[in-house]
Write a protein that binds this ligand. Structure first.
Ligand SMILES: O=C(O)C(=O)C[C@H](O)[C@H](O)COP(=O)(O)O
Length: 201
């Protein structure tokens, strides 16, 4: 896996995961894998996040672990050093995008406007996170930009649910969707069940 486009092909659903206690990271990753989801985005929103990435990278080698919520330049290197295999950002400041490039990792930069998407495309970035998807126009927005921006493909994230997922995944400019619903509880059996359902979307 070397490009952002590859990231969009890993799974129909990119689980966006917030970990408060690093101890939980490995069982969460194993439950996702057991359900058939081979990728996990651990958000850098908590003090435990980098340690969670480290643990999953070393103890669950079969899942592709990445870092989400990369909102500052130094996050990118910290996540790469912890063992992240990819990065995801909610938005796209020049400093954050530069720092992501410097890691050499594939990454999905966030965009929610046509101009942001065009600026990222100018830098060779054609696989983008569309965030916050529902609040920014959702399926209708993505349909509208497919004509003028045919080279771009998205991972819409933010407000997507199991019932709304199929309408996103049916779009030619959507590779996968992101969502936090799979891991909203730390009940590992439930995570496995939700992952199995998501893997079939
Ligand atoms: O943390 C980030 O980097 C984000 O961009 C936000 C997350 O992707 C969304 O919060 C997930 O959306 P929900 O599935 O609606 O919870």
């Amino acid at each position: 896996m070397t490009t952002g486009q590859d990231l969009l092909e890993l799974s129909p659903v990119m689980p966006v995961v917030v970990i408060d206690d690093a101890e939980d990271a490995v069982p969460v990753a194993r439950a996702l894998l057991a359900g058939g989801i081979g990728v996990i985005e651990l958000t850098l929103r908590t003090a435990a996040a980098l340690s969670a990435i480290e643990r999953v990278a070393s103890e669950v080698p079969d899942i592709v672990v990445g870092a989400g919520t990369v909102t500052a330049a130094d996050h990118a290197k910290q996540a790469a050093d912890a063992g992240a295999k990819f990065l995801v950002t909610p938005g796209c400041t020049d400093a954050v995008v530069d720092a992501c490039f410097e890691t050499g990792l594939p990454f999905l930069p966030g965009a929610s406007t046509v101009s942001e998407a065009m600026r990222l495309a100018e830098r060779g970035l054609t696989a983008l996170k569309f965030f916050p998807a529902e609040a920014s126009g959702g399926v209708a927005f993505l349909k509208s930009i497919a004509g003028p921006l045919p080279s771009l493909k998205f991972c819409p994230t933010g407000g997507i649910t199991v019932p709304s997922a199929p309408s996103y995944l049916a779009l030619a400019n959507v590779g996968c969707i992101g969502g936090s619903w799979l891991t909203s509880s730390l009940d590992f059996a439930t995570i496995e069940k939700l992952a199995a359902e998501a893997a079939k979307l």
